[in-house]
Design a protein around this ligand. Structure first.
Ligand code: UDP
Length: 421
């Protein structure tokens, strides 16, 4: 029997799925939403992704494919706003949403919201449209605060997350670790949480011959290249990667290439450049700026190693992308690293994340010239199961599970109300 097609509303209010990856609030979550929605659209489910107007130059509606649209709605001023400043405008957002769906005569089977701010709008839609609500947090305030790194998240966020965890119908965690954190910090009901890993676009992230990639990028073939890719948030631990480099000064021709950030003049960039000067390692570091995803594979392939030095990750897509390009990964014990890195074969997980231990792991890897690592082909094959197609299939199963449960509990509520009459 042919599967019924769903109408799905995705909320991603604070960050746009077509935004510039690698900048402040735009990273893995945006990739996730774009890739998942595209796969759902390929299976002929209809998806509208609602976000606020981040860039007044963007068209109000953008088609990602025949069945998937990104819809920009007004919430606060048009253009960049700090995440927390959006909270008071959530009612504007739901008001604009209501006008839009009334104008277009739309109806949805379910809401899938991302991050706590969208979760608030999701909670509104769940009551207003009488539909089940699935939620993904991507990061949780209490977990972020527990690292002691960066700005502390306000109580408002943590209290809202707690309420959302209690009210929504299903939560998707990207790892078992994230599920455990939700139970530990928020008392979440484990029955409500399904674990679905993230994916990688295996067509986009393919190995390129190292010599060719280096020539294309103008990199020296004799250098040992360590790569960092990601946003410049304090949680990413770029500071401790820079500190680790100070222990590797004696390594000949070692270079760290840092990709991402909001441009040379952004405060986070200035701070990292200042730190590398202060540590006396400026000559070993190259800040390459933000790179479009389509242009990233040669960087992964040209590198000997990707390092993920994070204090916390909810998953860590860049590790999957690097492995899909056949490049090993050294990572701290965060996110999905333990399920995507085959220890000693496709990379290493560093139990002690402090700079000397991180440096030791990088130094060992570089000096042994990854003698025990698998071939580029085998490294890529090790992550083949993490396709977005797999993620979409698993998500559709979760959508149906949630819808069926919702119908059954609605019936149960209706019959108990009838029994009371
Ligand atoms: N990214 C990019 N260009 C950059 C920096 C990052 O396209 O200059 C992408 C990268 O390919 C990855 C995402 O941003 O898909 C970062 O996701 P990850 O899960 O590693 O980190 P998050 O942003 O979720 O913390």
């Amino acid at each position: 029997m042919e599967e019924e097609k769903l109408n799905i509303a995705i909320f991603s209010i604070h960050s746009c799925p077509v935004g510039e990856l690698g900048t402040k609030d735009t990273g893995g979550m945006n990739v996730y939403i774009r890739e998942l929605a595209s796969e759902l659209g390929n299976r002929e489910h209809r998806v509208d992704i609602y976000t606020r107007i981040h860039d007044p130059n963007d068209p109000l509606v953008i088609h990602l494919n025949e069945n998937v649209r990104v819809v920009h709605l007004k919430a606060g001023k048009n253009g960049y706003m700090h995440k927390l400043a959006i909270y008071p405008y959530l009612e504007d957002f739901t008001g604009a949403l209501e006008d839009f769906i009334a104008r277009e005569g739309l109806r949805y089977d379910l809401v899938h919201s991302h991050y706590w701010l969208s979760g608030q709008a999701g909670r509104w839609a769940q009551a207003r449209w009488d539909v089940p609500h699935m939620l993904m947090f991507h990061t949780l305030g209490a977990v972020k605060n527990s690292t002691g790194v960066g700005e502390q998240e306000p109580l408002l966020r943590i209290a809202t997350e707690k309420q959302l965890i209690a009210d929504c119908h299903c939560i998707i965690a990207a790892t078992q670790r994230e599920k455990t954190e939700m139970m530990r910090y928020y008392g979440a009901d484990p029955e409500k949480i399904a674990v679905v890993p993230c994916g990688v676009n295996l067509d986009r992230f393919r190995p390129v011959k190292k010599a060719y990639a280096r020539k294309q990028l103008g990199f020296d073939y004799n250098e040992r290249i360590v790569l960092y890719v990601g946003r410049f948030s304090p949680l990413k631990g770029i500071d401790r990667l820079l500190k680790a480099m100070t222990h590797l000064r004696q390594q000949k021709r070692l270079r760290l290439i840092i990709i991402g950030g909001d441009g040379q003049t952004a405060p986070d960039s200035i701070e990292l450049q200042r730190l590398s000067s202060e540590l006396g390692i400026k000559h070993m570091i190259r800040f390459a700026g933000r790179i479009e995803q389509d242009d990233l594979p040669p960087y992964y392939s040209a590198s000997d190693l990707l390092v993920v030095p994070s204090y916390h990750e909810s998953f860590g897509l860049v590790a999957l992308e690097s492995l899909a390009c056949g490049t090993p990964v050294i990572a701290t014990e965060v996110g999905a690293m333990d399920s995507i890195i085959c220890e000693g074969q496709t990379g290493f997980i560093v139990a002690d994340p402090k700079p000397p231990a991180l440096a030791k792991a990088i130094g060992n890897f570089i000096s042994k010239q990854h003698a025990n690592m698998e071939s580029v082909h085998t490294i890529r094959e090790s992550v083949r199961k993490f396709s977005w197609s797999y993620v979409a299939d698993a998500m559709i199963d979760e959508y149906w599970r949630m819808l069926n449960y919702y119908d059954v509990s609605n019936l149960r509520n209706a019959s108990s109300k009838a029994a009371l009459l």
